[in-house]
Design a protein around this ligand. Structure first.
Ligand code: GAR
Length: 193
C-alpha cells in the first residue's frame, strides 16, 4: 500500500478535499494508496478533528516543544517515517522546512501554494497580487525543493481578480480551486510512485 501522510497547521480544508477524493475515487483499489496519517505542528489545528472523524490516524509534533528548527524537523521526520510514506503532502503546513528534511523526502514531497508561482512566493500572496494590479490570482501544486515555494510545478489554477476583491474574497475564490487541483495532482502522481 502506498501511504500518504498529510501535514497541516490549520483548518485543513485541502486535506479534507484530498481525503474525500481518496474516498470518492477509491484510491485504495485504483491506486493501492491510502491516507495513512494526518499530522500537525499545532495541537489545536481544526483539521485534526475531521481526520479523526474519518478514522485516520493523527499525530501532533508541536514545534513549540523544540529548541531549534533542526530538532523539530528531526522529530517530525521520525513521526512521518513511522508511517512508511510513499508521499508526504503539505496542505497548509506553515513551517519552513530544513534542507535536510526536504532532501530526505526528495521526489515525494508536495506543497500547495496560494499564488501562481513563480509569482509571490512567501506570505500574504493574495494581498500582494491585488496590490500589484494582477488580473489573475491562483494556486500552484509543486514538488518541494530546498528553495522556499519553488520546485517543479505539477498543477495550477487561475481565477480572476475582481475590482472590489479583498485578500479574503480572493483567498476564498482561490481555495475552491485548490480543493480541485490538489487531489487531482496527487491522483496523477500516484501511479509513478
Ligand atoms: C491554503 O490556501 C494553502 O494554499 C495555504 O494555506 C491555506 C491552508 O488552508 N498554504 C500556504 O500558504 C503555504 N505557504 P487549509 O488549511 O484550509 O487547507
Amino acid at each position: 500500500m502506498k501511504n500518504i501522510v498529510i501535514l497541516i497547521s490549520g483548518g485543513g480544508s485541502n486535506m479534507a478535499a484530498i481525503v474525500r477524493a481518496a474516498q470518492r475515487e477509491d484510491w485504495r483499489r485504483v491506486h493501492g494508496a491510502q491516507i495513512a496519517a494526518v499530522m500537525s505542528n499545532r495541537p489545536e489545528a481544526g483539521g485534526l478533528r475531521f481526520a479523526r472523524e474519518q478514522g485516520i490516524a493523527t499525530d501532533v509534533v508541536d514545534h513549540k516543544a523544540f529548541a531549534s528548527r533542526e530538532a523539530f524537523d528531526e522529530a517530525l521526520a521520525t513521526a512521518i517515517d513511522a508511517r512508511q510514506p510513499a508521499l508526504v503532502v503539505l496542505a497548509g503546513f506553515m513551517r519552513i522546512l530544513t534542507p535536510a528534511f526536504v532532501q530526505r523526502y526528495a521526489g515525494r514531497l508536495l506543497n500547495i501554494h496560494p499564488s501562481l508561482l513563480p509569482a509571490f512566493p512567501g506570505l500574504h500572496t493574495h494581498q500582494r497580487a491585488i496590490e500589484a494590479g494582477c488580473r489573475f490570482g491562483g494556486a500552484t501544486v509543486h514538488q518541494v525543493t530546498a528553495e522556499l515555494d519553488h520546485g517543479p510545478i505539477l498543477a495550477q489554477a487561475a481565477v480572476p481578480i475582481l475590482p472590489d476583491d479583498t485578500a479574503d474574497t480572493l483567498a476564498a475564490r482561490v481555495l475552491t480551486q485548490e480543493h480541485l487541483i490538489y487531489p487531482r495532482a496527487i491522483a496523477q502522481l500516484l501511479p509513478t510512485l
